[in-house]
Each structure stands twice: as structure tokens, then as C-alpha cells.
Design a protein around this ligand. Structure first.
Ligand code: BGC
Ligand code: CA
Length: 447
């Protein structure tokens, strides 16, 4: 391997002597730092952490199957068992997943709801029947983040029922009488008084066309639920802010019912001033950075940790209180923060880049590269209102030219049809419609 790298570097250096254009790179954008030095420098650089992709980028065509590939937000995994799809996650040496730490985040959401109930116990039981009733909007029954959040809330409120060692995350439909076997009644004791906690209703918010995490479906659901048992709803919980805000605007705001979401989208954070109960920041500012940063590093042929755990020359670096890397899972996970009435002022704009990684990279050292990136559903609140605006700021800082493709949230083909010519791009960032479908994309890259 070492030998091969040296040979490549020498070949590159001699090629440089002739003419850069003749070296077969698709554009002058393929010039690397190594190519600019002399033969010694070039071979030193190549001996370092240079990746195959970078070597080939310097010397010639890179096959699509060898280009950097980052999965983000929807982790390749089995939608029934949650088992990670390691084939997709290790598609090539430069394949990674970027998301957030779902289980601790879900626990944080559950705890936030429970803390709120305890702190407001004197006023929360609207009909005074001793039962704290909540309804739950579920995003996508096959999405591991959604499953984790449903479990986190049920676990913190004592309403979860274990099946095969894990809390059942199945929607209950309606359970106003507490007879469901999917959930159970929990209890909370405050000041020596015990209250029952009941999941009155929950459903997957999927529209008739098949789009999940669907905000309007959630708005309709709260209208239906409140019409038949509105007085018994004391708390509204949602797997995300898109659905949470739809329910808040449709009903809970006017009825003074605290509503909890996830994502810390700007509109949800602002609504905390008007009674929205709280949300969780999944540090989208860190995730969007990582999504593009691993691509930048792979294309530069530098250590993957550059500008992540190790400061780059511009001073970009992340500390371990905002992300973790799991090498076995080839996954970067941003960490979560609860956003409530106590601290929401600090989270008002969800599209601001994270200051420690907001330094511009030098365009000569890190020449422009082109990236194909898709968002599974252009109508998804979190991805369109928070994540994509952040990506668009980081793509400038990292000198990446990104083509953003917005899907319809229903079919993979709506997106893959728009990856007609992968050879035109240097790297890919993919947000699948369904976590099982990684092969629909890797097949295109393997052709
Ligand atoms: C977000 C949701 C979003 C989903 C899309 C989740 O991480 O919290 O708001 O709809 O990703 O995959
Ligand atoms: Ca009640």
C-alpha cells in the first residue's frame, strides 16, 4: 500500500512537470496540495493519510463506487429490527453516516416532559380526574429516530411495555380507557400525591400518499382527538417539531396545553414564549458541518478527523461535548440539548452555523469540488427549515459546490431518477426515503 502510494505520488509529480491538464483530472479543481509541491513533498503527503479517492483524483478518473459517500439523517438500517445495514455503511473506505445520538436524545425528551408535568402538577390536570392524559404524534414507525423517541417518552412517563427486551413503539390508536396492551398506565408521585399517566392516543402521521412525519396529518389528528376527548388531554407530545407545531397551532396553543417536539426548529423555539412546552436540539449545526466535512476531508485525502476532533489550519474543531464517533458503526452522532423556557433565548435561530467550525477554508488548498446531495422530502420541516440552510452555509465555508435535490418523501425513484450521471460529481450525500433502501443508491454508484 505504502509502495503504491509512493508510485502514485511520483507519477503525479512527473506528470506535473509535463502539464497538469494532461494528467487526466476532470478539471483543474482536482489539483491537490500534494500536486503543488515538489516530488519529495508530494510523496510525503501521499504517505500520510491520503485516501485512495484522493490519489485517484490527483492521478485520474475515480470510479463512482470509490467516491466519498455520506448517509445522513436516515441511517441505513432494517426498518423492522433497527439492525444497521453495515454493507451500506461500509460501501467504500470513504463511507460514513452522520446523524445524532438517538437514544440519549429520546431519553432527554421524555425527561423534559416528565419534569414539566412534575413542576406544573397543580395546574396540569385540566379535568381534575387524577389522570394526566397525553397524546403522541409518531413520525415513521420504521425510522430508528422515531422509534427511539416514542420509547423515550413512554419510558420516562412509565407508560411503556416491554416486548423482547425493548419498549414497544407501536402506535396505540386510541386508549382513552387505559385498556391497551401496547402501553400501560404509568404513575407520577408529587408532594405525596399519586397521579396516573395515560397515553390517550397515538398514531403514525403518514399521509395518504405515503409521506411520513407529516405535519398536516398531525394537525388533523389533534382536531379529531380533541373533538372526542379534548378535556382529558393535558399534554401533547410529538416525535418532531414539524408535527408538534401543527398540533400546537391547530389546537393546543388556544387551549393552553403544553406541546413538546424535537429538532429546535426556529418556529418551535419561538413558540416556547407562547406556551409550546419545549423541544430538543439535535445539534443540526454540528450535523450539517459533519455531513460536508467528512466529504471535504476524503476529497482532500487528509485524516478524516481533520477539522473534527483535530483542529484544521483555519482553526475549525469540535469538542467531544457536541459529537461522538463510533468507528464500528462508521457513524458520527451529534449530541442533544433540551430547549425549554429556561434557555430557549439561546436557540432562536436554528440556521446559525456552529461558531467553532465556522472558519472559511482556503480555496487554493481546498479547491472546489462538486457534491450531489438529496433531501428525502422537500416538505420536511426539519430538513428544509433547519438542516438545508445550514448545509448551504457550510458548503461555502468548505468550498463545496452542492447540488441540492428535494424528494417527494414517498418514493426512492423520485430521487434516484435525478442521479442520472453520477460521474459528474466528486462525492454524494444521501438522505433515503426509507432506511432499508440504501442499495437503490449504491447500485447506481456501482454501475
Ligand atoms: C427529525 C425529523 C425529520 C426526520 C426526517 C428526524 O431526525 O427529527 O424532524 O422529519 O429526521 O428523517
Ligand atoms: Ca386529566
Amino acid at each position: 500500500m505504502r509502495m503504491m502510494k509512493k508510485v502514485t505520488a511520483v507519477a503525479l509529480a512527473s506528470c506535473m512537470a509535463v502539464s497538469l491538464a494532461a494528467c487526466g483530472g476532470s478539471s483543474s479543481g482536482t489539483t491537490t496540495a500534494a500536486a503543488e509541491g515538489d516530488a519529495t513533498e508530494a510523496s510525503e503527503a501521499a504517505e500520510g493519510e491520503a485516501t485512495e479517492a484522493a490519489e485517484e483524483a490527483a492521478g485520474g478518473e475515480v470510479a463512482n463506487k470509490d467516491k466519498p459517500l455520506v448517509w445522513f439523517n436516515r441511517q441505513p438500517s432494517n426498518s423492522s429490527t433497527g439492525e444497521l445495514d453495515m454493507t451500506a455503511l461500509s460501501f467504500n473506505d470513504n463511507t460514513y453516516y452522520v446523524g445524532f445520538d438517538a437514544n440519549p436524545g429520546a431519553e432527554l425528551q421524555g425527561t423534559m416532559v416528565r419534569d414539566y408535568i412534575e413542576a406544573n402538577i397543580d395546574t396540569i390536570d385540566r379535568n381534575g380526574d387524577g389522570i394526566i392524559g397525553y397524546v403522541l404524534a409518531i413520525g415513521d414507525i420504521g425510522h430508528n429516530d422515531s422509534i427511539a423517541r416514542t420509547r423515550g417518552v413512554r419510558s420516562a412517563l412509565g407508560t411503556g411495555v416491554e416486548t423482547n427486551g425493548a419498549i414497544d413503539s407501536t402506535p396505540v390508536g386510541t386508549n382513552t380507557d387505559g385498556s391497551s396492551t401496547i402501553v400501560q398506565d404509568g404513575s407520577i408521585e408529587v408532594n405525596g400525591k399519586t397521579y396516573t399517566v395515560r397515553e390517550l392516543a397515538s398514531q403514525e402521521m403518514k399521509n395518504s400518499a405515503g409521506a411520513t412525519w407529516d405535519a398536516s396529518t398531525a394537525g388533523n389528528a389533534i382536531n379529531t382527538w380533541s373533538a372526542s376527548f379534548g378535556e382529558s388531554i393535558d399534554v401533547v407530545v410529538s416525535n418532531n417539531d414539524g408535527m408538534g407545531m401543527s398540533m400546537f397551532n391547530a389546537w393546543s396553543k388556544d387551549n393552553g396545553v403544553p406541546t413538546f417536539g424535537y429538532d429546535a426548529n426556529s418556529d418551535a423555539v419561538a413558540a416556547i414564549a407562547e406556551g409550546y412546552g419545549g423541544t430538543i436540539s439535535q445539534h443540526a449545526d454540528v450535523q450539517a458541518y459533519l455531513t460536508l466535512r467528512v466529504i471535504r476531508n476524503a476529497l482532500d485525502g487528509v485524516d478524516i478527523d481533520t477539522g473534527i476532533g483535530t483542529a484544521d489550519e483555519a482553526g475549525n474543531v469540535l469538542t467531544d461535548d457536541v459529537y461522538v464517533y463510533n468507528a464500528d458503526e462508521r457513524s458520527y452522532y451529534a449530541l442533544n440539548v433540551a430547549v425549554t423556557a429556561d434557555n430557549y433565548q439561546d436557540f432562536m435561530d436554528s440556521t446559525v452555523t456552529y461558531a467553532p467550525v465556522s472558519n472559511q477554508l482556503d480555496a487554493a488548498e481546498h479547491p472546489e469540488k462538486s457534491v450531489w446531495l438529496n433531501i428525502y422530502n422537500a416538505a420536511d420541516n426539519f430538513l428544509s427549515a433547519t438542516y438545508q440552510p445550514l448545509l448551504q452555509k457550510y458548503d461555502d465555508l468548505l468550498n463545496l459546490k452542492v447540488d441540492y435535490i428535494g424528494g417527494d418523501g414517498q418514493t426512492e425513484s423520485n430521487i434516484t431518477n435525478r442521479l442520472g450521471n453520477p460521474s459528474q460529481y466528486d462525492a454524494f450525500a444521501i438522505n433515503m426515503v426509507k432506511t432499508d433502501n440504501a442499495a437503490s443508491y449504491t447500485a447506481l454508484l456501482s454501475q
